[in-house]
Write a protein that binds this ligand. Sequence first.
Ligand SMILES: NC(=O)c1ccc[n+]([C@@H]2O[C@H](COP(=O)([O-])OP(=O)(O)OC[C@H]3O[C@@H](n4cnc5c(N)ncnc54)[C@H](O)[C@@H]3O)[C@@H](O)[C@H]2O)c1
Length: 262
Amino acid sequence: MDLQLKDKVVIVTGGAKGIGEAIVRLLAKEGATPVIVGRNEADNQRLADDIIAEGGKVFQLVAELTNPSASEEAIKIVLEKYGRIDGLVNNAGVNDGVGLESGNYESFLESLHKNVIHYYLMAHHALPALKKSKGAIVNIGSKVADTGQGGTSAYAASNGGRNALTREWAVELLPYGIRVNSVIVAECYTPLYQTWINSIPNSEEKLASIKAKIPFGNRMTTAEEIANATVFLLSEASSHTTGQLVYVDGGYVHLDRSISPL
Ligand SMILES: NC(=O)c1ccc[n+]([C@@H]2O[C@H](COP(=O)([O-])OP(=O)(O)OC[C@H]3O[C@@H](n4cnc5c(N)ncnc54)[C@H](O)[C@@H]3O)[C@@H](O)[C@H]2O)c1
């Protein structure tokens, strides 16, 4: 299948590690020019060097996306360098455990800045360029919007927001031929996931019990599996797919976990 991504400029927020890294690597493999937007220059550059050493194209820029002006600045830098944007993957975020009981106004608002406000700002500032290119947007989301998790109100609200924005933008951007979709993640082993699991008492046992409940294969989803779906949704191969929430989760959210094979 020809994904027609050659030389397309695609921004990936949080593109230096985890799910974002896998998306950046696959885009480069497909001949696109991924733009890593991340807060840590050394992380960004490490991945960029790797891709260049493998013969791929890539660009990286440092941005702390909890800072509301960082999104506009990032888009400006990309447009100065390439003059075009063909795709946007909103991915940076963190499950930061701001609970109903444990949280407060400040921590709730801070978490929205970590997880959903920059999704809006990146899309808002990229829109004029996406209109010109008839580009595509993919928002990475979490099962927490559907299932809840307990103790993480702001992350749940952010993910509900990510899903709603996917539908809302898909409608608003119909006249411009811009498609907007989400890839929903349940359990994917990344640096973020590792930090979270290590924060739990008896983390080894907890990890084994989580895997046992994932219907398809009783295993975690890989970042590469998330990247495959994301890159497909960015590409012309999905030219009539818009407004969709695609669950790449081994059946975690929609299948009956009590009849899991293990
Ligand atoms: N890993 C999972 O199981 C899982 C499950 C559901 C949803 N998700 C979603 O996937 C996305 C990526 O998660 P991951 O597990 O790959 O995370 P990760 O922490 O492993 O990688 C995220 C990268 O984004 C960067 N980043 C985070 N916030 C940033 C900010 N404000 N500004 C700039 N850079 C920032 C980090 O420095 C890091 O390089 C998140 O939005 C998360 O909600 C992940």
